[in-house]
Write a protein that binds this ligand. Structure first.
Ligand code: MTE
Ligand code: CO
Length: 390
């Protein structure tokens, strides 16, 4: 421009005047220019916000870690507000010694740090019947990935002494829903954590402060928040959340139960409906996330022409089991229409299916466990829409 760019040629206010000193925000918050980066709900999805869901703004994030304030929330009875000095964790049932732990007791056990994704089994549930919600925040935002600090559940169970008949564990929350799920003892003794920190700080109230169970790679519903009780038993309990909910009605009228593991899955987070291409043709960074409840992600393929040609994406950052992986495909966009898809393959060789493959296998009644390939249509103006291709 004539006379040059004033942002270069003129001194700006932030360059001319002193800014706030330290301690203006003793607990920091994001820049005011990032105000659009928030969890969002879809009001018509549920009758009341106390038994509802909001979604992680995946289209605004990068890397593999979800900031605490942006982790999606799913509550069945609202957020329990618990003073940690008044919180107790009880172990009862088929154990040699029933035990009650205070938070202080728990912090005297050896602890570990682990990065895990948590995905609600209902994530992408609205998309079973066809393209529905316009944004990866809404189609895929019931997932987050956090570094947890906690005590391996095994240590607590060993302290109580599980009797030989003890094959199942009931984990129960202290919230108004007293939400509870049955967990096989094998899993409980394998990699479950009783966590009190997320991303280095105390759990957020929304995420179960002061204590939650981590059940790596398995349905988010089993990650009981505000964890107050673990009962050892000889069979599963058949609670609401493992019978009428979190089961999958198949075409023949039978229901799959105990579908614990979250399947291999991926989604392109940018471009996506809430993150259109605004810069025109030329270099374009296509980015997304991939994850598997069975291990690490070995490969992600990306197509820009609806599956005719696939390109191996670049996975960047740590590749940790049962954690989000970040992938990129750097292209030179010619400005023509695109049909973007990603397909993840995990280290067990499991391949993310198309939506039609899923429907063929599981019928038309399902809500949970939709890991089908997502398609975004990008038009010549860079506007992006949720579509399906067959
Ligand atoms: N635990 C309790 N006590 N109460 C709940 O409502 N919701 C479950 C699970 N644990 C829930 C709970 C469901 S369905 C999911 S998907 C995850 O918590 C969500 O965890 P988040 O809110 O930290 O994202
Ligand atoms: Co859930």
């Amino acid at each position: 421009a004539q006379g040059g760019d004033p942002l270069i040629t003129e001194i700006q206010d932030w360059n001319r005047y002193l800014g706030d000193g330290v301690d203006a925000a003793p607990y920091g918050a994001p820049s005011e220019f990032e105000a659009q980066v928030v969890r969002r709900n879809v009001p018509w999805l549920t009758a009341d916000p106390v038994s509802s869901i909001n979604f992680t703004p995946l289209h605004e994030l990068d890397g593999i870690i979800t900031p605490n304030g942006l982790c999606f929330e799913r509550h069945h009875g609202g957020v329990a507000i618990i003073n940690p000095t008044e919180h107790r964790l009880m172990i009862n049932g088929l154990v040699d010694t029933p035990l009650v732990f205070t938070m202080e007791d728990l912090k005297r056990f050896p602890r570990e740090n682990r990065v895990y994704f948590l995905e609600c089994a209902a994530n992408t549930g609205m998309e079973w019947k066809g393209a529905q919600l316009n944004g990866c925040q809404f189609t895929h935002g019931m997932v987050h990935c956090v570094v947890y600090t906690g005590v391996p559940l095994r240590y607590l169970l060993e302290e109580a002494g599980v009797k030989t008949a003890g094959k199942w564990l009931l984990a129960e929350g202290a919230d108004a829903a007293a939400m509870s799920r049955s967990i096989p003892m094998e899993k409980a003794l394998d990699d479950c954590l009783v966590a009190f920190k997320m991303n280095g700080e105390a759990l957020r109230p929304e995420q179960g402060y002061p204590l939650r169970l981590c059940v790596p790679g398995w349905e988010g519903n089993m990650w009981v928040k505000w964890l107050r009780r673990l009962e050892v038993g000889d069979q599963p309990w058949a609670q609401r959340e493992e019978t009428s909910k979190y089961t999958d009605l198949l075409a023949d009228g039978k229901a799959r139960r105990h579908t614990f593991v979250m399947d291999v899955k991926s989604v392109i987070t940018s471009p996506s409906p809430q993150a259109p291409v605004t810069h025109g043709k030329g270099p374009l960074v296509i980015s997304g996330i991939a994850w598997s409840g069975s291990g690490t992600i070995k490969r992600v393929d990306v197509t820009i022409d609806g599956g005719r040609n696939w390109h191996e994406a670049r996975i960047d950052g740590p590749s940790l089991p049962k954690a989000l992986h970040r992938f990129y495909l750097d292209i030179n966009w010619d400005g023509s229409e695109m049909l973007l898809q990603s397909r993840a393959i995990d280290d067990q060789g499991l391949v993310q299916p198309t939506k039609n493959e899923l429907r063929a296998a599981r019928g038309g009644n399902s809500i949970y466990h939709n890991n089908g390939i997502q398609t975004w249509h990008v038009n010549t103006d860079g506007v992006v829409e949720n579509v399906e291709v067959s």
